[in-house]
Design a protein around this ligand. Structure first.
Ligand SMILES: NC(=O)c1ccc[n+]([C@@H]2O[C@H](COP(=O)([O-])OP(=O)(O)OC[C@H]3O[C@@H](n4cnc5c(N)ncnc54)[C@H](OP(=O)(O)O)[C@@H]3O)[C@@H](O)[C@H]2O)c1
Length: 271
């Protein structure tokens, strides 16, 4: 087990204002780790994290905004994402009317092209931009991907991938793997628990999964099911402590009986 050097180590969390990202920040702060968040919305992050984190304003689609977030960063945890299906979060050039929404759903490829924050822009290009901007001596790049990357033609993942989210996540994974940086790629199932919208740091620090199911990890993309955002966030942080999770890609779902304490060291040793 390695521990954080609280003087030297600094974790950059991208997507920190999202469901998993908020919990990652809470968990890092609980462990006394220095955190910088990369956000498009500084006011939202300030309100959320009570001035307990450094804030860097940036957008992973815009490479020029990323270098300013990187000085002294030792680890990156990337929890960015958009919706799998067209929504306002895709940031269409013009808000579609009812007919255009219909056309959008009938023509997945052209809808991606018209959207400014589609999976292709965020999960593929954005992740690649973040990898390019990362310090070359980074200790770990953690990426929240998705179950189904290797089963895109099988139900239900064929439906999930109708607008290319799994294709885009796979491109993001490939950029990380090919970068030469030490990485951990975490593929959750359908996310449950949160997002927590109270923007109250104390709520985040106390967040506990209501689920009674245990944590199961595996490789080779065979698992399916629900995954607690809290367990994903814990996996993102705990993997930094264990060299056995470096250069590993694993799926994580909730199944079986939940033990009072999750033994991450043993889980990672199984990969
Ligand atoms: N939902 C599921 O069932 C499911 C299943 C498997 C995997 N996943 C993946 O799990 C991860 C976490 O999901 P979640 O639901 O907890 O996330 P979320 O609440 O959707 O949060 C997404 C985060 O990404 C940020 N973001 C979006 N576009 C960005 C951009 N262009 N530049 C910088 N930041 C950007 C958002 O920031 P703003 O606040 O600025 O918008 C937000 O902080 C995502 O990668 C998702 O794809 C989800």
């Amino acid at each position: 087990m390695t521990s954080f050097d609280s003087v030297k180590d600094l974790v950059l969390v991208a997507g920190a204002t999202g469901g998993v990202g908020q919990l990652v920040v809470g968990k890092l702060l609980e462990k006394g780790v220095k955190v910088r968040v990369l956000t498009r919305n500084a006011a939202k992050a300030e309100e959320m994290f009570n001035q307990r984190v450094e804030i860097a304003v940036g957008d992973i689609r815009q490479p020029a905004t990323l270098p300013a977030a990187m000085p002294d960063v030792t680890h990156i945890i990337n929890c960015t994402g958009t919706t799998a299906f067209p929504s306002e979060r895709w940031e269409f050039e013009q808000s579609p009317n009812l007919l255009e929404w219909g056309i959008t759903f009938l023509n997945p490829k052209s809808s991606q092209a018209k959207a400014k924050n589609s999976p292709e822009k965020v999960d593929a290009q954005g992740v690649s931009n973040l990898v390019e901007a990362a310090p070359r001596n980074l200790k770990r790049f953690v990426f929240v991907s998705s179950c189904g990357i290797l089963r895109k033609n099988q139900f239900p993942f064929s439906i999930l991938n109708a607008f290319g989210v799994l294709d885009a996540k796979q491109k993001g994974e490939d950029s990380i793997i090919n970068s030469g940086l030490p990485y951990t790629i975490i593929r959750p199932g359908r996310l449950i628990d949160g997002p927590y919208t109270s923007y109250d740091l104390n709520t985040l620090l106390k967040a506990k999964t209501g689920g009674k199911y245990g944590v199961v990890v595996s490789t080779g993309d065979t698992l399916s099911g629900d995954t607690s955002r809290i367990d994903v966030a814990n996996a993102c942080v705990e993997c930094l402590l264990y060299p056995s999770s470096s250069r590993k890609i694993f799926e994580i779902v909730n199944q079986g009986q939940r033990l009072p304490v999750i033994d991450w060291e043993t889980l990672f040793s199984l990969l």
